[in-house]
Design a protein around this ligand. Structure first.
Ligand SMILES: [Mn+2]
Length: 341
């Protein structure tokens, strides 16, 4: 019998609220957009998992459109609020106080003010003791986000899923400012001492950079060769107990799975590989994260936004496990007990 029905020969529907699983109180296809139906708040507090949109796409080298990424990811996340987590079988939102801060306000008329605006918006969250998860936006946003996190935690290990290393040589302006370029900011972050390349990993890479600047590159062929679980173990060993910043460029996935992005590169990760690796990062001291480069105009059926929303949801689940959520699993089917027939 469905919830909300009455028994008997003439069972009829009554009002069905909340939804079937009783996790979200709005239906998957309607309602306002916040991440996974989390409450919209103006400020984060200690212990919150705070989602912040960073709608920037003027640092992109190819197709723009990632400024519309945060809203697409929020819309796609609605269906993740319907059921318990898979795998695990728990409601992560009951173990983690997820809040949605809306989007950072960035002045497109004065682009030189944008890096500091992002850094301050992020630092207000991090310094309050909340865990920040930023929704891009193009990948340049990771540079001011790293600055905000390094102010609280010191030098970070970068855990970086991407088709691109984003360590091409940055140009520095006459006033010392760093160019807004989504392909150079990790080279600058290394030069600034924000990240320790020897502790950092780049996974899924399938573009060439002459100088990897000491980063550990697990390129796409190595993922295929070693397998996702072994890669995750290697990444954890390299990072050790460093504070880690996780950044997921959705173009780490093959364009077949994530067409809605500005600079797709073919021959990429499968979602199954990405999520296997992400789920095996438990135990790392991840202090912040972002998911970037979702450009809905090039998406098909919302698959890219859904993959990005699921990356964020996986981070909520990881924090939930750290907060005591016990992950269940389906029993392994006992094949053969009915005999050869
Ligand atoms: Mn990329």
């Amino acid at each position: 019998m469905l919830p909300g029905t009455t028994s008997g020969a003439h069972a009829h529907f009554t009002s069905i609220t909340p939804s079937l699983s009783c996790i979200a109180s709005e239906q998957t296809y309607s309602g306002t957009h916040t991440f996974a139906r989390a409450p919209r708040v103006k400020a984060a507090k200690a212990g919150d998992f705070a989602v912040l949109g960073v709608p920037l796409d003027i640092a992109t080298s190819n197709r723009p459109g990632a400024r519309l990424g945060p809203d697409a990811v929020r819309a796609a996340s609605a269906q993740l609020a319907e059921l318990k987590a898979y795998p695990g079988g728990f409601d992560p939102m009951s173990y983690v106080n997820v809040v949605d801060l809306g989007d950072a306000w960035l002045d497109y008329g004065f682009p030189q003010t944008i890096p500091a605006a992002i850094e301050e918006a992020a630092h207000s969250v991090v310094s309050a003791g909340a865990f920040l998860c930023a929704l891009g936006g193009d990948h340049f946003i990771s540079y001011p986000l790293l600055k905000a996190h390094a102010r609280e935690h010191g030098q970070l290990a970068l855990i970086h899923f991407d088709a691109h290393t984003d360590t091409w040589t940055p140009r520095i302006g006459k006033d010392g400012s760093v160019e807004l370029n989504h392909g150079t900011m990790f080279a600058q972050a290394i030069d600034d001492g924000l990240i320790d390349p020897s502790r950092s990993s780049q996974i899924g890479i399938r573009t060439w950079v002459d100088d990897p600047k000491g980063m550990n590159i697990f390129d796409n062929m190595l993922v295929a060769e070693m397998g996702a679980p072994a890669i995750a173990e290697a990444v954890k060993e390299l990072a050790g107990n460093s504070p880690c910043y996780l950044t997921v460029d959705i173009d780490c996935l093959d364009p077949a799975f994530a067409p809605g992005t500005g600079t797709p590169v073919t021959g990429g990760l499968m979602p199954r590989e990405l999520f296997t690796m992400l789920r095996k990062l438990d135990g790392l001291n991840i202090v912040g994260c972002d998911v970037v480069e979702v450009a809905p105009a090039y998406d098909h059926g919302g698959v890219t936004a859904l993959a990005a929303a699921t990356v964020v949801y996986e981070q909520v689940c990881r924090v939930a496990r750290r907060n005591g959520a016990k992950a269940a699993s389906y029993p392994v089917p006992q094949v053969g007990k009915h005999g050869a027939n």
